[in-house]
Design a protein around this ligand. Structure first.
Ligand SMILES: [Zn+2]
Length: 103
């Protein structure tokens, strides 16, 4: 089982933790550590970062993500839309979201 390179925890979907990897990273990271990084280093607020982190780390569908984070699917959609809006407004770039805090 893959472990998060930050906190060392393994994936635990029941408790809302997934561990994933980006194509250009050789380290796996969990959605919680990733969300903290995004919230700390981008203008995203914590809830937006949480949703975005899971979205970045998994191919899972929106309702699965909602389940994982214990949110409504509509809330997940809304958060992702806010993140898109922030990207479109230039508050945060896709590049920043992807590359922030590597290594
Ligand atoms: Zn972690």
């Amino acid at each position: 089982m893959t472990e998060c390179s930050r906190c060392g925890e393994s994936e635990d979907v029941e408790n809302g933790r997934i561990v994933g990897q980006f194509d250009h990273w050789d380290q796996a990271v969990c959605n919680r550590c990733r969300a903290t990084e995004l919230a700390d280093h981008t203008p995203l607020v914590e809830e937006e970062a949480e949703v975005k982190a899971v979205r970045q780390l998994t191919e899972r569908s929106l309702d699965t993500i909602a389940d994982l984070l214990d949110l409504d699917e509509s809330t997940v959609k809304m958060k992702l839309r806010v993140v898109e809006k922030r990207i479109n407004n230039g508050q945060v770039t896709r590049e920043t979201l992807l590359t922030q805090n590597i290594g």
